[in-house]
Design a protein around this ligand. Structure first.
Ligand SMILES: Cc1cc2nc3c(=O)[nH]c(=O)nc-3n(C[C@H](O)[C@H](O)[C@H](O)COP(=O)(O)O)c2cc1C
Ligand SMILES: [Mn+2]
Length: 502
């Protein structure tokens, strides 16, 4: 059953034990970020939960954080599936054709503010890296725009700086869909109409943080995730559709001629993003529900909510490209590692011929446009790619660096990766030059490529037998790790060799 809105979703999350309320009064300008940061830094992903800050000093609005992406498990609840079914569900969604619905009105219109009544300071917008960020940022922003040629909606999540009571700074890159829309409006000489929905039903939030192929109407994508049409209503100031059950909707325009400085702002790779010229949104109307809930995503230093959101959605897109679009054989699973801020992609596969793994990693590094991975590691199917310990073991024991590592020079990079961009970021660098920087790629073939010695664990049969009478040892019970279970299953026998390309 689809979630009707954020409120209904939060009830479900709480019932599943994955939402905690913070009842202490907190200061949104430093304390809220620090408490959230501690939860992300200290609570292991398996037990992580979303947060509802009930009392924010100076505001009467609660704030929900990490409620869509505290962990893979929380993401699965938001998507109404199981953690190991997320990629398959995404693939089903991208293949389906579900259309959004149009309603005359909805709860998001319970309050309508225009002109002088518009005041963005009404919302408890936190400072996410206190002491370093320029100021408060909206981070959960399903930004709705249309391609003026096709009328199809894009929904994308882009962080927005609170600049004044009616102006936001927005980071629009040319190669993101919002940037493609902006250029199309600019060619017509017209400011781009925009609506920013906040506190939406999770299907919309997950669509907005995923890289969906350009041209798909993302209200349709969100409808496919829900399995039922998203209800939309007309915006007050434009023909844009907005989600009927959103907690808050900001409406306005991106003008063609304004590019003031924005930042510094703590970025998703775990470093400060420096100040630079960015676009703005002039907010001309706000509509909101009665007693709205303010939602934020938590990005910045990993582990973060924004990385879980992108790890799942980008992982699904990469898996779809490799397995379904390109029909590459032997691929079992893919993973953007948790710490790498989607820079490191690991592919688990069953190589079927010499050069197979190398072919796959060469293809994968070039996919996903500006979001292509910087490092690709390929491992065999006996390696549990969700376990960093075993990944490191494979790299240590199956890689001869001189033969198995490929470095590609002068490849596309992201300007948010300080390792490739920092040297020319200082002031005076033109925006065009920053956007055309190149970096490099590291590809590691950590699969077995020749007759190899067998692993030095006792055979499965004997290991299992020892477990059966574990109690008699007098030792405390043990939990068999997934990685060991997998290794034993893939190497059950007594032989002294492993033969590749089976
Ligand atoms: C919290 C958060 C903040 C983000 N901020 C930006 C941003 O400012 N600019 C940007 O291009 N992408 C940003 N992203 C990534 C986009 O949401 C993501 O690339 C998405 O696919 C963009 O939508 P699009 O594919 O329709 O362009 C952010 C993601 C999250 C989770
Ligand atoms: Mn898009």
């Amino acid at each position: 059953m689809a979630y009707r809105d954020l409120r209904e979703y939060l009830q479900t999350l709480e019932a599943k034990g994955k939402l905690r309320r913070v009842t202490k009064e907190v200061d949104k300008d430093w304390e809220l970020a620090c408490i959230t940061r501690w939860v992300l830094q200290a609570v292991p992903e398996e037990s992580r939960y979303g947060l509802l800050f009930e009392r924010i000093k100076g505001y009467d609005m609660p704030l929900a954080a990490c409620v869509f992406g505290a962990s893979r498990e929380v993401y699965a609840i938001a998507m109404e599936t199981e953690p190991d079914q997320i990629y398959e569900k995404w693939i089903k969604v991208l293949k389906s054709s579900c259309h959004y619905a149009e309603a005359a009105t909805g709860p998001c219109k319970e309050n309508i503010l225009r002109g002088d009544e518009v005041d963005l300071f009404r919302f408890p917008v936190p400072i996410w890296t206190p002491g370093k960020d320029i100021g408060p940022y909206f981070t959960c922003t399903s930004a709705i725009t249309v391609d003026p040629e096709t009328g199809r909606h894009n929904i994308g999540n882009y962080r927005m700086q609170l600049r004044s009571k009616n102006q936001l700074g927005v980071q629009i890159f040319d190669n993101q869909h919002i940037g493609m829309h902006f250029q199309r409006w600019a060619r017509r000489g017209r400011p781009m109409p925009i609506a920013v929905a906040m506190g939406v039903d999770p299907a919309i939030g997950l669509a907005a943080t995923a890289k969906v192929p350009y041209g798909m109407d993302e209200f349709d994508v969100a409808s496919a995730i829900r399995g039922e049409p998203v209800e939309t209503v007309k915006a007050e100031l434009s023909d844009l559709r907005v989600p009927a059950t959103a907690e808050i909707v900001l409406e306005g325009e991106v003008p063609l001629d304004e590019e003031p400085m924005e930042g510094p702002f703590g970025e998703y790779m775990g470093y400060m993003g420096l100040a630079g010229p960015k676009r703005v949104i002039n907010v001309k109307a706000i509509t909101h529900r009665r007693s709205p809930i303010f939602q934020s995503y938590v990005s910045q230093m990993p582990p973060s909510e924004s990385l879980v959101l992108q790890q799942q959605a980008h992982g699904a897109a990469m898996y779809k490209h490799l397995v379904y679009d390109l029909g590459l054989e032997g691929i079992q699973d893919v993973l953007y590692t948790s710490a790498s801020a989607r820079a490191h992609l690991v592919i688990q596969m069953r190589p079927q011929f010499p050069g197979h793994a190398r072919k796959v990693m060469l293809v994968a590094q070039g996919l996903m446009g500006a979001n292509s991975p910087k490092i690709v590691t390929v491992v065999d199917e006996d390696i549990d790619i969700r376990d960093p310990f075993l990944l490191e073991w494979a790299m240590a024991s199956r890689v001869d660096p001189a033969k198995d590592v490929v470095i590609l020079h002068d490849t596309e990079t992201t300007q948010l990766d300080p390792s490739t961009t920092l040297e020319i970021l200082p002031e005076g660098t033109s925006k065009r030059l920053i956007e055309r920087l190149t970096g490099s790629k590291l590809l590691i073939d950590a699969t077995i490529k020749k007759i190899y010695p067998a692993i030095s664990l006792p055979p499965k049969e004997l290991m299992d037998k020892a477990l059966e009478s574990w109690e008699e040892t007098g030792l405390p019970p043990i939990q068999v790790p997934d990685r060991t279970r997998r290794l034993l299953e893939k190497h059950p026998g007594y032989g002294l060799y492993i033969e590749p390309y089976q």
